[in-house]
Design a protein. Structure first.
Length: 172
């Protein structure tokens, strides 16, 4: 199973983590989706963002043992020397390949592979752990969806923000 995850922090507090899954790496059809609300979350600490994100990600991934690749919104590592970003911590914790897809360029992440999709003029920035970055970039380029951001990442973002679609299966 291939999965994409995202976390949103509502103004009222807590965190909503979302996951969408597919049986193919292009996410040509979403076969499963899930959201989980975590009432207590750590405060944001610069340089330790992963401490805030990991508990909601643990909650949304709980019970899913067949995830073979995880796509996250953000960076796996923050520089060519391997300074860990969220994705590196996710890879270490869950032991599965992780692709990080960032919408904005991080100055020290000069190793990130820029990926243009559709008619977009601005690239996405792709990093990876557990697979070569070039392969990860090709997977992101080939993902379903006609927009700059692949459809699976658009859907998981919407779910994390509390917007649900009735056209695909989901769990509460």
């Amino acid at each position: 199973m291939f999965a994409a995850v995202d976390v949103h922090y509502p103004p009222s507090g807590g965190a909503r983590a979302a996951l969408v899954a597919s049986s193919d790496a292009a996410f040509s059809s979403i076969t499963y989706q899930k959201t989980v609300f975590v009432a207590e979350v750590a405060a944001y600490q610069p340089g330790s963002f992963y401490k805030r994100e990991l508990p909601p990600l643990r909650a949304v991934l709980a019970g899913l043992d067949d995830v073979g690749l995880l796509v996250i919104d953000g960076y796996v590592d923050l520089d060519p020397a391997g300074r860990p970003g969220l994705g590196a911590h996710v890879h270490e914790e869950f032991g599965i390949p992780v692709i990080g897809v960032a919408k904005t360029r991080f100055a020290s992440a000069t190793h990130a592979v820029p990926v243009l999709r559709g008619t977009a003029a601005r690239p996405l920035y792709v990093t990876a752990a557990g697979l070569p970055a070039a392969e990860a970039a090709e997977l992101i380029r080939a993902m379903a969806g006609k927009f700059r951001l692949p459809g699976a990442l658009r859907r998981v973002d919407a779910l994390a923000r509390g917007r649900r679609s009735t056209t695909q299966p989901h769990s509460p």
